[in-house]
Design a binder for this molecule. Structure first.
Ligand SMILES: C[S@@+](CC[C@H](N)C(=O)[O-])C[C@H]1O[C@@H](n2cnc3c(N)ncnc32)[C@H](O)[C@@H]1O
Ligand code: SF4
Length: 459
């Protein structure tokens, strides 16, 4: 049974990056624009992984949930959505010209926003363009993040027929009171029925998202929600901690009128979810993701081949360099990150002008690539073999350690707190270390000293 050490969590609860990317997005530079991205894409053809991943961003939702931290818009007419899709297609056609056709597409991920709420004809139109411009690998993943409030059997049949084979449903909570406080509608089809149907028609990696820390949630109510989610029998379950950043996401202020669960209650919610998921036979991936032991994420973790990108966890086996299309999309190449314009208006204007709409990005040097790999291994696999990292970068062990100015003193307090082991150039996160993994990653991040941007608390 997991019982978190509150004192330890308090000790390590400081502001720090989430490390969805390294360097974190607040370090991206505005000098990086369309031309640099084009050069990076051409260069990416000669870099690893050779596999190609595509991210498609649909920034529309029929209704805006007040807790949501995503870049998305509501109230757009059908004509705007159609125009957006045409522009998206223009961007895909322009950028894909520079991606070698010898490379295989292994992943397509649709996020948003609520991609499942746009007209199915538009989804098909974009999918056809992806199929025409990329070479699909024999085994590929095509996934969509869906809101169950707009998902019915016809829609999932259509998705399956187009080639979609992975899906994630944003549940957040089953309780009406919680949903209405966050301005969200309940599922159109009962979730257990939908999960069973998705499985029957061939979807795998079926994921449910929950969020804890929302108004009207109590420790007991959240336990019921987790139990209901587990009873639906998904392949994966995520319990996100609600990130409340009302200074950045203004609509989140509206939640303060109801009051929010306190930090202590939130820790209990996390412990309960963790214990319940493990009790039900799931394996913990990170601190808040769970997967059935037979799921590819659980297998990848066991083999230390788990990876992460802006779309969430993935396996090193299938993920490629990510080419993102649509507003705010972040491409993640071996040598660079590139982010698109966030607003629909600017994105459409710029793509119409030149086929691309890069607003900022980052060119990684070799040291930063090494650090990114170390942080990824810490965050995903809880295990870093520095000798292997040196080998994969054709570098000496000294070069690797000096990339982040390493000394054992920097990790000694984690070792003393029994959160880390470090022997023979292998670092292993142990005990409750996985709950302070962001703090551990911070040791390897020389950019923190620059104090750019502000971060949420690590725990
Ligand atoms: C981009 S949303 C897309 C899902 C889909 N539109 C839906 O509503 O079901 C992906 C997930 O991010 C999570 N999320 C969004 N805002 C969050 C926040 N402020 N804190 C924690 N998780 C959040 C939610 O769990 C959500 O399901
Ligand atoms: S949670 Fe999903 S439906 Fe709600 S605003 Fe965010 S992206 Fe849209």
């Amino acid at each position: 049974m997991l019982q978190l050490d509150r004192n330890l969590l308090d000790k390590y609860n400081i502001a720090g990056p989430r490390y969805t990317s390294y360097p974190p997005a607040n370090h991206f530079k505005e000098e990086y624009g369309n031309e640099q991205y084009r050069t990076s894409v051409i260069q990416s053809n000669d870099e690893d992984p050779q596999r190609v991943s595509v991210y498609v961003h649909i920034p529309f939702c029929p209704q805006l949930c007040t807790f949501c931290g995503c870049t998305t818009y509501t109230g757009m007419g059908q004509n705007v959505i159609e125009e957006y899709v045409d522009v998206l297609i223009q961007e895909i056609e322009t950028v894909s010209k520079d991606i070698s056709k010898d490379r295989k597409l292994t992943q397509v991920h649709w996020g948003g926003g609520t991609p499942n709420a746009i007209d199915v004809k538009l989804i098909r139109k974009v999918t056809d363009v992806i199929k025409a411009n990329f070479n699909f690998a024999e085994h590929y993943e095509m996934a969509m993040e869906c809101s169950p409030a707009y998902l019915d059997f016809d829609m999932v049949d259509a998705l399956r027929e187009m080639g979609f084979n992975r899906i994630s449903l944003g549940i957040q909570d089953f309780k009406k009171e919680v949903l209405s406080a966050i301005n969200r509608r309940p599922a159109k089809v009962p979730v257990p029925e939908m999960v069973a149907y998705l499985r029957k028609i061939g979807f795998t990696g079926i994921n449910l998202d929950l969020v804890y820390g929302l108004p009207f949630q109590t420790v007991d109510s959240f336990k019921e929600t987790v139990a209901e989610a587990l009873a639906a029998n998904p392949d994966r379950l995520v319990t996100f901690s609600y990130a409340h950043v009302p200074t950045v996401i203004r609509r989140q202020r509206m939640l303060e009128q109801y009051g929010l669960p306190g930090p202590n209650e939130k820790i209990t919610m996390l412990e309960d979810a963790y214990n319940m998921a493990l009790e039900a036979g799931y394996v913990a991936i990170g601190m808040d993701h769970f997967a059935r032991a037979s799921d590819e994420f659980a297998i990848a973790l066991k083999e230390r081949k788990l990876h992460r990108n802006f779309q969430g966890y993935c396996t090193r086996e299938t993920t490629g360099q990510v080419y993102a299309f649509g507003t705010s999309g972040i491409s993640q190449l071996f040598n660079a990150y590139s982010q698109n314009e966030k607003t629909i208006k600017k994105y459409m204007e710029r793509v119409r002008e030149s086929g691309r709409a890069v607003v900022r990005g980052y060119q990684l040097n070799k040291n930063e690539q090494i650090i990114r790999q170390v942080i990824n291994e810490v965050m995903c696999n809880y295990y870093v073999n520095f000798k292997e990292i040196a080998q994969s970068f054709n570098a000496s062990l000294d070069e690797v350690y000096s990339a982040f100015n390493f000394s054992v003193e920097k990790i000694q307090h984690f070792i003393d707190d029994e959160l880390l082991k470090f022997e023979n150039d292998v670092l292993q996160v142990i005990g409750q270390g996985r709950f302070v993994v962001r703090n551990i990653a911070m040791v390897f991040d020389p950019l923190l000293a620059k104090k750019i941007g502000s971060y949420s608390k690590t725990v």
